[in-house]
Design a protein around this ligand. Structure first.
Ligand SMILES: [Zn+2]
Ligand SMILES: [Zn+2]
Length: 147
């Protein structure tokens, strides 16, 4: 589904909509922040690589870098950082390891994740890009029994 936002020339936004909102992440972010999608303001093209000469504020520490990638709305908290795997799971570096953003957020709140436990979204959330702690839950990992 495409984002429903149309600018004053009648051009529809060409980004993918978030299923439960009908509009894309950027327009949702503006709506939340400015109370207006600002349909005529172009969406900046994000590039994966920032040229070395470009002074980019990296955040003073790991936590700042991490949270700079989270867009909080009144419902979901959207991850805007990198994704991994076919399902596009939010991931980040933490303590020298690449981990899922959900695991990082869970451990910040509850301490180390118990062995054989996975962190997944609650059924009320179900958005793979959401990293809001209250939308996450832990459950025992299914153990595959060899036949
Ligand atoms: Zn849009
Ligand atoms: Zn959520």
């Amino acid at each position: 589904m495409r984002c429903e936002v149309e600018n004053s020339k009648g051009e529809q936004c060409d980004r993918d909509a978030l299923a439960s909102w009908g509009i894309c992440k950027t327009h949702l972010y503006r709506l939340d922040r400015y109370n207006d999608v600002q349909a005529d303001r172009p969406i900046r093209q994000y590039t994966m690589r920032v040229p070395r000469s470009y002074p980019r504020y990296p955040g003073d520490d790991e936590a700042e870098r991490f949270w700079s990638r989270v867009v909080k709305t009144s419902n979901h908290w959207w991850w805007t950082g990198s994704l991994t795997g076919p399902q596009g799971v939010p991931q980040a570096m933490w303590g020298g390891y690449t981990r899922t953003a959900a695991q990082i957020i869970w451990e910040l709140a509850h301490g180390p994740i118990e062995p054989n436990t996975i962190i997944r979204h609650t059924s009320d959330c179900g958005e793979s890009d959401c990293v809001r702690l209250s939308h996450l839950t832990d459950q025992p990992a299914r153990v595959e029994v060899p036949a």
